[in-house]
Design a protein around this ligand. Structure first.
Ligand code: SF4
Ligand code: SF4
Length: 190
């Protein structure tokens, strides 16, 4: 075992007065300087263009759920945060025989790592990461967002597919569908 010799303290060092004065001088020097403290949550931090927040489900401009329960996002999600129960659209609706719809769609926000794979892989542009990062709750169960909550958070998003409207090539007088923007621009608009 190696012995380390303790240095001898001087009289002033033993009183701790020089150390206290040194600390106070350091504090005083910083008082007139510009402050970097942010008063969160009143003062929000700036979010940059490609910021990825909580994933949500969106509806098309006619209020329809765009997700067709293909489960690609569930398959690709690295932490397995997504659980989908596929179902069918209600009988009697004009689009009932076109596609499936999720009966239930759950995202566990405690597992989600905001990677954006689900948004990238979705063939229907039905799931989008929003800019919301302040997700909090009192229990683990509360942070499992169900289909209704995900749709409320996602809202309506412009559609570039129009598949239910025209079922193929749009008629010549149809309004032009908005082109799909590169992700970075789409996020910058939010
Ligand atoms: S953002 Fe990533 S981790 Fe979160 S639900 Fe989508 S794929 Fe899963
Ligand atoms: S959100 Fe997209 S990828 Fe996920 S199940 Fe629905 S349609 Fe498929």
């Amino acid at each position: 075992m190696m012995k380390v010799a303790r240095p001898e303290l001087s009289f002033w060092e033993r009183t701790n007065i020089p150390q206290i004065l040194k600390g106070m001088w350091l504090t005083i020097r910083h008082i007139p300087k510009r402050k970097f403290t942010r008063q969160y949550p009143e003062e929000k931090p700036p979010l940059y263009g490609d910021y990825r927040g909580a994933p949500t489900l969106v509806r098309d401009p006619e209020g329809r759920v765009k997700c067709v329960a293909c489960q690609l996002c569930e398959f690709v999600c690295p932490p397995k945060a997504i659980r989908i129960t596929p179902g069918f659209r209600d009988e009697g609706r004009p689009d009932a025989d076109v596609e499936k719809e999720p009966q239930e769609f759950e995202i566990d926000m405690l597992r989600c790592i905001y990677c954006g794979f689900c948004e990238e892989v979705c063939p229907e542009e039905a799931i989008f990461l929003q800019r919301d990062f302040a997700i909090a709750g009192y229990s683990r169960e509360e942070l499992k967002f169900n289909k209704q909550k995900l749709l409320e958070l996602g809202g309506v998003r412009e559609d570039s597919i129009w598949k239910w409207k025209y079922k193929g090539a749009p008629p010549p007088d149809a309004p032009a569908a908005p082109a799909r923007e590169p992700r970075i621009q789409a996020l910058a608009r939010r």
